[in-house]
Design a protein around this ligand. Structure first.
Ligand code: PAF
Length: 281
């Protein structure tokens, strides 16, 4: 696997591949890789000639400085995992390489998706995400870019950005990969101790409950019951549990609007913030 630390070398090398008309797939990550990331690499390898991963813990998407400091890092292990998965290229720049200009501004108007759900609890998060993803897409010029469905709102935001800027890339959402016990894989899971991990299983259990009872119960009853699951567990604090339209993430409040629904959850388990979701219809 070729590893690039500088944007210039990375862009120049990718240009030669674009000129050869090879199909390039980009998997942007913040490292601390797990099998969820590897599934994105596999997906890219299935449909592209060249698979590129990026590892960059992007400071502009962290609204909480503490969260940025605590973000798990395991670059040696990440490189081994990527090599084993057959990734062709890794872009792993330092912050100064990506944000060379301290006064850089990024003013993209994300629209409603920016203030809903994650947007409400992590203000400015998607502005930072679009800022870095726009740079990565401009530098790599991939044919495809792969994102996990676990960050479903992020996927919608990136699709919107690509559409707004007319970028020539297909954005692919890949299925959530779960541990055997149902917990959605996340780099943040590394921060959970055994007790917290056990408590975090309530997230997937609630989503499964919502799916199993979506057609049976009224929305109001369904939501009330699912939320009580969380009240019973000490150390787990629900931020939101909502059923929304899959395309807009507008909350569904009426039973007659129950088509194309997705359930989304964010909660703290101890000090660790976790998100998950499940398509209901
Ligand atoms: O999903 C992530 O890991 C990050 O938000 C991304 C897309 C790599 C941008 O920093």
């Amino acid at each position: 696997m070729k590893i690039f630390k500088t944007q210039k070398q990375f862009t120049n090398y990718l240009k030669t591949l674009n000129n050869l008309e090879l199909k390039v797939g980009l998997v942007p990550t913040m490292g601390a890789l797990h099998q969820g990331h590897i599934s994105l690499i596999n997906q890219s390898k299935d449909i592209c000639d060249i698979t590129v991963a990026s590892i960059f813990v992007n400071p502009t998407q962290f609204n909480n400085p503490e969260d940025l400091i605590k973000y798990p890092k395991s670059i040696e292990q990440d490189i081994t995992m990527l090599e084993k998965a057959g990734c062709d290229i890794l872009f792993n720049p330092e912050t100064e390489e990506v944000y060379a200009d301290d006064n850089e501004t990024w003013n993209y108007n994300i629209g409603e998706l920016d203030s809903l759900l994650e947007g409400e609890f992590r203000q400015g998060h998607y502005l930072g995400v679009t800022q870095i993803v726009y740079k990565l897409l401009s530098w790599a010029k991939p044919n495809f870019a792969f994102f996990g469905q676990k960050d479903y709102q992020q996927y919608l935001v990136i699709k919107k950005m690509v559409n707004d800027f007319n970028l020539d890339v297909d954005i692919i959402a890949c299925p959530i990969i779960r541990e055997a016990d149902g917990l959605a894989m996340s780099s943040r899971n590394m921060r959970l101790n055994a007790d917290e991990h056990q408590k975090a299983l309530i997230i997937n259990k609630s989503l499964k409950f919502l799916k199993a009872n979506f057609d049976k119960l009224k929305l109001s009853e369904l939501m009330k019951e699912a939320k009580t699951f969380f009240n019973d567990i000490s150390g787990v604090e629900l931020e939101y549990l909502k059923i929304c339209k899959q395309n807009s993430l507008q909350e569904i409040t009426k039973d007659k609007d129950k088509s194309n629904a997705i359930a989304l959850i964010a909660c703290y388990v101890g000090q660790t913030r976790l998100i998950d979701n499940m398509m209901l219809s």
